[in-house]
Ligand binder design. Structure first.
Ligand code: G3P
Length: 219
């Protein structure tokens, strides 16, 4: 399972790229707003900077909700950099926009997906990635990871090439579960990535090795 970083924060992206563990980045309007980005021009500048740092796919989301404006914005976003992937929501307008844009060769990340049926529609409309939102399903008392697993199973059964990108990941166990469920990718917040790296026994072990090494008295 590949890892993407779910953020619009450039420092977090630089730091994680240096670690060599992420293959892409996902952003959305909320993550952009968190970085003080409030219009498309600023969003464009930030996404282009991210695309310069990251080799893999960088998802940027349309803000519009009506079909015509959605398609116009998506085309604009796709022109920002060669590795941009356009995020479109799992709505009727979103599916129609996906059909139009996928036929033009745009790569699409179907976002705000909460069911197998939505994922199937997105796949048929030509989405490259589908993003089931695990944490938000859990928040509503559903089993978000079950939805991820079910989408993986259905896509595998019918040889559907759309990649399953587990999103709305809230803690390290979500990553383990997404990998076990067969997700192709999990997009993780920076905080979760740090939590994935950390284990108290590693810290204790490193300290003990250093201590033991220093104990040898040379005569
Ligand atoms: O990748 C989608 C993610 O940014 C949403 O996460 O925690 O707002 O549900 P969250």
């Amino acid at each position: 399972m590949d890892l993407f970083l779910d953020t619009a924060n450039l420092d977090e992206i630089r730091q994680t790229v240096r670690l060599g563990v992420i293959r892409g980045v996902t952003t959305n309007p909320s993550l952009a707003a968190k970085e003080g980005i409030g219009d498309l021009r600023e969003y464009r500048r930030a996404v282009q900077e991210i695309c310069g740092i990251v080799d893999g796919p960088v998802s940027a989301e349309v803000i519009a909700t009506e079909l015509e404006e959605m398609v116009r914005q998506a085309r604009e976003i796709a022109s920002w950099a060669p590795n941009v992937v356009v995020k479109l929501p799992s709505t009727l307008s979103g599916f129609e926009a996906m059909s139009v844009l996928s036929r033009e060769g745009l790569r699409i990340n179907q976002t705000l997906c909460f069911s197998v049926n939505q994922a199937l529609l997105g796949a048929h409309a030509g989405a490259t990635f589908v993003s089931p939102f695990v944490g938000r399903l859990d928040d509503e008392g559903h089993d978000g990871m079950q939805v991820v697993g079910d989408i993986v199973d259905v896509f595998r059964r019918y040889n559907i090439g759309t990649k399953v990108l587990a999103a709305s990941i809230r803690h390290p166990l979500h990553c383990v579960a997404a990998a076990k469920a067969g997700a192709h990718i999990a997009t993780v917040p920076f905080k979760v990535l740090l939590q994935m790296a950390h284990h108290p026994l590693t810290d204790v072990g490193v300290a003990r090795f250093a201590q033991d090494w220093g104990r040898v008295v040379k005569v």
